[in-house]
Design a protein around this ligand. Structure first.
Ligand code: UVW
Length: 323
């Protein structure tokens, strides 16, 4: 593809903030290291009413428009292997007592639903998170796969910043941007502080736009999501705040193409590759946001256990919030 955009390395610069080596040469979970036992207890301290919310979208929704996906990916292909019709003819398994049962298989993009990204999911200049060689991704992620993240689990204080509500909108528009100053302003308006080690959850309303629009062709035309925009100051803010996990209701957690430079997804590299901030995408936040707005409480316990996929570049997840 012809492009006049600078390379990722040129945009971010050699002195871009980095956490490589901070947690040792073998680390594969990055900023999740901030989430120790004291952070679990801090999160538990924000449970007040006991309400629970699950944050995964449906996988394999039959009704139009189906599942929201990064272009080029496909939704889950689930197929029955055994069901009552299997016993219509000969050849179905027979069990003492006449047991019948249903079984199915699923062919899925591991990043084709609400998902955790592995830290080795993106790279530039031949190096992954922590300096691992990008050749270690060939055939399977040998380094910084989703497995260590899944083995650790993600538990801590979550804070929801509702950018759509802050801007008086049902959902942000295609390509609409915001930065750390906007997050701080929205937090102040909500009366909440984004504290060090918070799991940062941002609502744009973009998934509601997907389902309400019900028109994939229009959705993907000039595909550019709303989201965070790259700047050195924003990356520094994430490093200073020691944010372990960025969670949003968009497909890519950042404005798809950086409007200043024309570079695609620079924050994937500046935050995920360089700082080890773990990304969680396509997260359903509507009921949670309603509940938070209703009693003006925007912090809670956030718990997520992505699937333990060996060598996976990501894994589906159904995060749970308890508030
Ligand atoms: C890409 O980075 C291409 O996808 P995602 O938004 O799922 O991380």
């Amino acid at each position: 593809m012809e492009t006049t955009a600078p390379s990722m390395g040129d945009l971010l610069g050699a002195d871009t903030p980095s956490n490589w080596g901070k947690w040792g040469p073998d680390d594969e979970v990055g900023a999740l290291n901030y989430l120790d036992a004291s952070e679990v207890l801090r999160g538990v301290g924000h449970i007040k009413s006991g309400e629970t919310f699950t944050l995964q979208i449906e996988m394999g929704r039959k009704e139009s428009p189906g599942d929201p996906l990064w272009p080029g990916r496909e939704g889950i292909n689930r197929k029955n292997i055994l069901d009552e019709s299997s016993w219509d003819g000969e050849g179905a398994p027979q069990f003492p007592g006449g047991l019948h049962y249903a079984d199915d298989t699923a062919n899925i993009f591991l990043q084709g639903s609400t998902q955790y990204d592995a830290l080795g999911h993106v790279w530039y200049d031949g190096k992954l998170y922590n300096g691992y060689d990008a050749r270690s991704t060939v055939d399977a992620l040998d380094k910084a796969s989703v497995l260590p993240i899944a083995e650790k689990g993600v538990v801590g204080r979550g804070v929801l910043i509702d950018m759509a509500r802050h801007r008086g909108k049902k959902y942000l528009e295609k390509g609409e941007t915001f930065d750390h100053n906007d997050l701080e302003a929205a937090a102040a308006a909500q009366g909440v502080t984004i504290e060090p080690h918070d799991i940062l959850i941002i609502r744009t309303g973009w998934l509601t736009y997907w389902y309400e629009l019900n028109n994939p062709e229009q959705f993907y035309d000039g595909f550019c999501e709303p989201g965070l925009t790259y700047s050195r100051e924003l990356v520094q803010w994430f490093q200073d705040k020691e944010i372990p996990n960025l969670v949003t209701d968009t497909i890519a957690n950042e404005v798809t193409t950086d409007p200043e430079s024309g570079v695609a997804l620079p924050l994937h590299n500046a935050l995920m590759r360089n700082l080890g901030v773990v990304f969680t995408e396509i997260v359903w936040l509507e009921e949670l946001a309603e509940a938070c707005a209703a009693d003006n409480r925007w912090s809670f316990l956030y718990v997520a256990a992505p699937l333990k996929v060996v060598s996976g570049t990501g894994a589906p997840v159904n995060p749970v919030v308890i508030r």
